[in-house]
Unconditional design. Structure first.
Length: 369
């Protein structure tokens, strides 16, 4: 292909552990190729992928996310509301608390149930189940606060970031950020994309309720089929490069879900390839699964998962087929790939905290959490 390729970046669903894996995977992608993920022509995020994708699209480089998750504090860097960035949660929004009010009774969405009974062939199995689950009771405010620390209101300045959610009334896929989607604040769209039915409360946008985009697909790779792209890089935490065999019932359930996600991912990849798009699929390995465990909503081991992903994804990117497809990616600025030297006051203006930096002070390393 002549010149720089048009690139799509797809970040799949995966809960808390999937978000950690994506953080490490993007760090590996940036440092191994020298390409800045934020420079992708299209960025699509589903559930945990919408959280990580929104941060990347809004100017937070992978190296900063890795450092912040590990407990680093960059004194003098403040968020979009002027608060010290060091005070932000290290959990990526995974701070679970009750949303308040009376506990909901009965199914979460009678409209989705009725719609699925009328036209069952138009609904994917997860959506059929989602309507019957009780409405979630965990607040999405910590998810929104994570995004608002970077984008206080409105949408990201990236020309094309889409956060995938599902309409809780009919199960249909909605790509917030696309021209045909309802207008939404970035924080609300990301929270909607992450709102697992039966766990998180649904998110209301424009008078309608939305839930996790993973109900439609854990990757939603196929949404980029007709976007005039040359290559699409898909990082999918819920499928598996090395499907494990397990005797433990919980592990076997997790493995079955990975196989289902992998089959869906393979089907979506074929659609892009048929349209003439090169696709690079990056998935967790056996080592990643061991670090992540079967409970993707666990708040433990975030940093071991990140470090494992950095290693295993680098190994995948060094394979000849991946190296060939990614060889023409344009190099990004060094400060988006690696942490700059010097205090934050000396960082380029496109890095976190640039508009409201305080006078330079000594950087402090906090205890990793």
């Amino acid at each position: 292909m002549a010149g720089s390729p048009k690139v799509g970046l797809v970040l799949g669903a995966g809960g808390v552990m999937g978000g950690a894996w994506l953080t490490g995977a993007l760090e590996a992608l940036a440092t191994e190729t020298g390409w800045d993920p934020a420079s992708a022509d299209r960025i699509v995020g589903t559930s945990a992928g919408s959280m990580i994708g929104a941060l990347v699209a809004s100017g937070v480089p992978p190296w900063f996310m890795v450092a912040h998750s590990a407990g680093r504090s960059f004194n003098g860097v403040v968020d979009g509301a002027g608060r010290p960035a060091s005070g932000a949660s290290r959990s990526g929004g995974a701070a679970f608390r009750y949303a308040g009010g009376l506990p909901p009774l009965g199914p979460g969405s009678w409209r989705l149930i009725l719609d699925s009974l009328r036209t069952p062939s138009k609904h994917r199995p997860p959506a059929l189940l989602a309507g019957w689950l009780p409405r979630g009771v965990i607040s999405t405010e910590p998810l929104k606060d994570t995004i608002r620390r970077v984008v206080a209101s409105g949408w990201t300045s990236h020309p094309s970031f889409w956060a995938i959610a599902c309409d809780y009334a009919n199960g249909r896929r909605v790509a917030f950020g696309r021209e045909d989607a309802p207008e939404a604040d970035l924080a609300d769209a990301v929270a909607a994309s992450c709102a697992i039915p039966g766990f998180y409360e649904p998110v209301e946008i424009g008078g309608r309720r939305y839930v996790d985009g993973g109900l439609w697909s854990t990757s939603n790779l196929d949404i980029l089929r007709n976007q005039d792209l040359d290559v699409v890089i898909c990082l999918n935490p819920t499928s598996s490069l090395h499907p494990p065999f397990a005797w433990n019932p919980v592990e076997r359930i997790a493995a079955a879900l990975r196989r289902t996600s992998g089959r869906r991912l393979g089907s979506e990849r074929k659609k892009l390839v048929a349209a003439g798009v090169d696709v690079v699929l990056i998935q967790p390995t056996g080592d990643d699964h061991a670090a992540m465990g079967p409970n993707l909503m666990s708040t433990r081991n975030r940093n071991p998962v990140i470090q494992t992903a950095i290693r295993t994804v680098r190994e995948q990117l060094r394979r000849p087929e991946a190296r060939e497809l990614l060889a023409t990616l344009p190099p990004g600025p060094d400060y988006k790939i690696f942490e700059p030297s010097g205090p934050p006051s000396m960082w380029p203006d496109t890095l976190p905290g640039a508009p409201r930096r305080r006078p330079p002070v000594e950087e402090v390393d906090a205890e990793a959490v």
